[in-house]
Design a protein around this ligand. Structure first.
Ligand code: NAI
Length: 340
């Protein structure tokens, strides 16, 4: 089979460093991928684009149907709207999948954590509808649609069924947001009835957070609206070693974009010390997705080689600083490649 055309968006901050790392690992694994680089975010504006998300990048993602994306910085409290959110919306990538598992060689407070966060990507408070209704009074609109709630609930239960998962838990605040979270919860419960082999559970998010930090191993698939999904993803990353080890996929009607959960990490950008593992793992998810969608077993084989490489590296204590190791980005990539 010929190579698969995949859009590669390096992003900014630590993005270009971890992109170089992924390119090296994919090449060493003989992954049948032809990268097509496109810009987004600060790097797109520095290259002279008027918009941080050029139409050419969106068109390329839609044409290829698949992309690997590095983190893009979003100005805090002012400036342009998040490129990451825009991309998910413009490509209608409504479902985020974030697997959070313990890794051998990365000791943490809890063992046996194996949670998959399913986050709704297009609605909620991320609709970006904010208004100043009077001087000193601002509002932000939370949006929930029946269509959006139904498709993400179905996405979560289909995922759970396909992966042999046992339980889907919804965190909500429907006691306060009776219409928006109320609809999310009600529809999730309804959709869940169509999957009798999978237990359905709903928890008010504050109590849910307490239970999560008391014992994360009691959770399986978490189904969350947009903002809760964002916050809980980072919280769960903390159970397994931090943001350096949590990959992600954004799946929708116009294709799929794979990206790590972490951001552009401006505090360490340019120092060559970022952990490239979450981005490499996102690449492994991409290869497995291609294998599933297009039946190319060469993608699966490359994914398995890379996975073996990083699992063995971690088990041997070859780790970056965020995981308590001494390696820099390139050193970790060398260790992975040597074990593939
Ligand atoms: P962040 O995830 O970039 O960093 C949080 C902390 O984790 C920092 O101390 C950072 O050094 C560390 N960290 C993150 N990734 C790491 C890695 N691979 N290796 C080692 N350490 C790592 O979150 P923060 O600081 O809140 O956001 C920075 C920027 O990134 C913001 O502009 C934000 O909007 C953007 N962002 C972009 C995302 C995306 O592109 N999908 C997702 C999250 C944030």
């Amino acid at each position: 089979m010929s190579k698969h055309q995949v859009v590669l968006i390096p992003g900014d901050g630590i993005g270009p460093e971890i992109t170089r790392a992924v390119r090296r690992v994919f090449e060493a694994a003989n992954a049948p991928i032809e990268w097509e680089e496109h810009l987004a975010g600060v790097s797109a504006m520095e290259a002279g684009n008027e918009q941080p998300l050029p139409d050419a990048t969106v068109d390329a993602v839609k044409a290829a149907g698949i992309a690997l994306k590095g983190p893009c910085t979003t100005p805090v409290g002012h400036g342009f709207t998040s490129v990451n959110v825009q991309l998910r919306k413009r490509c209608d990538l409504y479902g985020a999948i974030r697997p959070i598992r313990n890794l051998a060689g990365v000791p943490t407070r809890f063992d046996d954590v194996d949670i998959v966060v399913i986050r709704e990507n297009t609605e909620g408070l991320y609709s970006g509808i904010e208004n100043e209704v009077a001087p000193g009074v601002v509002t932000s609109l939370k949006v929930a649609t029946e269509k959006g709630c139904t498709r993400i609930a179905r996405f979560a239960f289909e995922y759970a069924r396909d992966k042999g998962r046992k339980k889907v838990t919804v965190f909500h605040k429907a006691n306060i947001m009776k219409l928006t979270d109320g609809m999310f919860m009600r529809i999730s419960e309804e959709v869940g009835k169509e999957y009798p082999g999978i237990e359905y559970e709903q928890l008010i998010i504050d109590a849910g957070c307490m239970r999560l930090v008391q014992d994360p191993t009691r959770f399986d698939v978490l189904l969350l609206e947009n903002l809760y999904g964002d916050v809980i993803s980072d919280l769960c990353a903390g159970f397994v070693g931090g943001l350096g080890v949590v990959p992600g996929a954004n799946i929708g009607t116009e294709g799929a974009i794979f990206e790590a959960v972490h951001g552009s990490a401006p505090d360490i950008a340019g120092k060559g010390v970022a952990n490239p593992l979450a981005f490499i793992m996102s690449g492994v998810m991409l290869l497995n997705y291609l294998a599933d969608q297009r039946g190319d077993e060469a993608c699966r084989a490359a994914a398995d080689r890379i996975k073996k490489g990083y699992n063995q590296a971690l088990a041997d204590g070859e780790k970056t600083g965020d995981l308590g190791g001494k390696l820099n980005t390139q050193g970790f990539v060398d260790a992975v490649i040597a074990r593939m």
